[in-house]
Design a protein around this ligand. Structure first.
Ligand code: ADP
Ligand code: MG
Length: 626
């Protein structure tokens, strides 16, 4: 009998399999079962077109049989089988494996962690077996053939006996070595669990003889063990079932079974798409934030099945970052089982699915917002931050899609409101959407800067999270209404008279303000008469793009460059403190310097900015006390 060599590429992949790391070995069974299922599919489709062939569903199955004594594991299928030529062609060469071209560039050691994620095919058998024997009889041939290989050094093919059409794959399971045991692949319970894990939804029955015990006949104390053939897989996955057959409880059970989360899902989305692209998906919005959600460790992604076979645990390509909290799975017949990560990124079908999924999630959230406000707020409190990141990220690419999902705390409603709600109740004379930033609702509500806007009776959105103002800046406007910070120079509120009034105040007090500006050089760019203060003596505002809240956020980041907002110290010229300033300006410059420093530091405190020199500040206060 002649020994034949594997093709060079096959040889490389074989070596990779043999050296693969332990935790991934179990997937060989997924691969062999999915090949068996493919082979049955082929005979099934043939029967659809060939009148001489009847497809009797009951006679098609896959059977997995361990034999501890022989140390073999047999995977039998009643599929289409392989001719001698097909055995040579399909098992001797890796011709079309899409993932191989990609693996060529990865060196063998790096390749290992890829194995668990991709369909690697028939060769994965060598992860657990020293010798692989394939006995196959094709539907097109009366003669069966036996293909045997002990790995990289080649294979043999010879005629043999086999009665029925189909294929038996017989694995001679490796002997245990020091730190690795292969016994588990001979253990019926372990095998059953592996099948459940990866191949539960294969649509043909996967059978096993399971050892069970029963009372011995005629005895009511003595038990005997016997073997019972069982179907191990459930065959119809929940996602292929009709929504109307399923209860919330079923979805919850699946969520728990799959360990998508340990909480209860807040909402599930069951998609059965059969338009241009065919796929099923069950998606969940969790109730609580996973503990590592806002950390680098968190990995987004959905489980990806191809035609009922699990090929990837976390397919990141299926979810946009702003919906990274979504858990669940997708099953599609339109993808290839041997899909690699590189191919995934460009795969047109996968992109279509991802796009479709994103819009489904969005519309689900929108209807939750509309129909179940309480639930939406619960969701928003957990994951709203991620939506705001989504608005800001990618140069605002997703802002239009996300803006209607945003909510902010309202000064008037004292609760979260949407931008649409805000804009729809704006009085006609209100030009802008006003917002104020700060650490908390409490603190913002005490900011002197909000006085004028509040007095006008306008609603203010309170931004309390570090990302908020960045997201607002990215949006720029909503329904043609521009966003405006209550601390910005122009609030669009002043009547023309009021404006010339403050301008007059500025001119009148120009020398005083110039003097104070020079005293505060490096700290503020300007001191001026305030248009917005009503009862407070001072506040800080900013000119230009950068606001004080943004300055704080940027400076709290690692390797912050110490950016500074252009700050303006605004003085309430109607306040009695201003008279003291004027008086001091005339008579006592020393006193004016002291007042200027104090007012500036007070304004900083109100803003939640650190006082540069707290000791000096308290000394200054003492000076005015004596
Ligand atoms: P893939 O399944 O992606 O084609 P595999 O390495 O898993 O790659 O299998 C290679 C080929 O061997 C299959 O395409 C099929 O033609 C053939 N084959 C493998 N197992 C069987 C089987 N049980 N019955 C019939 N043909 C099989
Ligand atoms: Mg395969």
């Amino acid at each position: 009998m002649e020994k034949k060599q594997f093709q060079a590429e096959s040889k490389r992949l074989l070596e990779m399999m043999v050296n693969s790391i332990y935790s991934q070995k179990e997937i060989f069974l997924r691969e062999l079962i999915s090949n068996a299922s493919d082979a049955i599919d082929k005979i099934y489709y043939k029967a659809l077109t060939d009148n001489n062939l009847v497809f009797n569903k009951d006679s098609y199955y896959i059977k997995v049989t361990p034999d501890k004594d022989q140390r073999t594991l047999t995977i039998r299928d009643t599929g289409i089988g392989m001719t001698k030529e097909e055995l040579e062609e399909h098992l001797g060469v890796i011709a079309k494996s899409g993932s191989l071209a990609f693996k060529k560039e990865v060196d063998v050691t790096d390749g290992h962690n890829l194995i668990g994620q991709f369909g690697v095919g028939f060769y994965s058998a060598f992860m657990v077996a020293d010798v692989v024997t394939v006995i196959s009889k094709s539907i097109y041939s009366d003669q069966a053939y036996k293909w045997v290989s002990a790995g990289a050094d080649g294979y043999t093919i010879e005629p043999c006996e086999k009665e029925t059409v189909g294929t038996d794959i017989i694995l001679k399971i490796k002997e245990n070595v020091e730190d690795e045991s292969f016994d588990e692949f001979l253990d019926e319970y372990r095998l059953k669990a592996i099948i459940k894990k990866y191949s539960d939804f294969i649509r043909y029955p996967i059978k096993m003889d399971i050892t069970t015990s029963r009372l011995k006949e005629g005895s009511d104390t003595e038990y005997e063990e016997y073997q019972e053939e069982q179907i191990v897989n459930s065959m119809v996955p929940i996602w292929r079932k009709n929504k109307s057959e399923l209860t919330d409880e079923d979805y919850h059970k699946f969520y728990t079974e799959k360990r998508y989360g340990y909480d209860k899902p807040l909402q599930h989305i069951h998609i059965n798409a059969d338009g241009a692209i065919v796929y099923q998906a069950i998606l969940y919005i969790p109730e609580t934030i996973p503990f590592d959600y806002y950390s680098k460790e968190y990995e987004k992604g959905l489980e990806l099945y191809v035609n009922g076979v699990l090929i990837m645990n976390k397919c990141a390509e299926l979810l946009p970052d702003h919906f990274s909290f979504v858990k669940g799975m997708v099953d599609s017949e339109s993808l290839s089982l041997n899909i690699s990560r590189e191919i995934l990124q460009q795969d047109r079908q996968l992109k279509l699915i991802a796009k479709n999924i994103a819009s489904k999630i969005k519309s689900q959230l929108q209807s939750m917002l509309k129909n179940d406000r309480e639930k939406y707020e619960q969701f928003y409190n957990a994951f709203g931050r991620q939506l705001k990141f989504g608005v800001y990220n990618d140069f605002g690419m997703h802002k239009d899609a996300l803006q209607d999902l945003l909510m902010f705390y309202s000064s008037m409603e004292k609760k979260l409101v949407t931008l649409d709600e805000y804009v729809s109740r704006m009085p006609e004379d209100q030009k802008y959407i006003y917002y104020a930033s700060g650490e908390s609702v409490e603190r913002i509500s005490k900011l002197p800067q909000i006085e004028l806007v509040t007095e006008k009776g306008y609603e203010i959105l309170y931004l309390t999270e570090d990302i908020d103002e960045f997201a607002i800046k990215m949006l720029q406007n909503y329904k043609e209404k521009e966003f405006r910070s209550v601390s910005s120079g122009d609030l669009g509120i002043d009547t023309d008279e009021a404006k010339s009034d403050t301008d007059a105040d500025d001119n009148e007090n120009k020398t005083l303000f110039d003097y104070m500006t020079s005293q505060l050089s490096g700290k503020v760019t300007k001191v001026k008469a305030s248009k917005r203060l009503k009862t407070h003596p001072v506040c800080l505002s900013t000119e230009g793009e950068l606001t004080i809240e943004m300055e704080k956020v940027l400076n709290s980041m690692p390797n912050a460059s110490g950016v500074k907002a252009d700050k303006v110290l605004e003085i309430n010229v109607d306040h009695s403190v201003f008279r003291s300033l004027k008086e001091a300006f005339e008579t006592d410059k020393e006193k004016l310097n002291l007042y200027t420093a104090l007012l500036y530091n007070q304004a900083c405190l109100i803003e939640g900015l650190p006082i540069e020199d707290p000791v000096e500040f308290t000394n200054d206060i003492c000076k005015i006390m004596v």
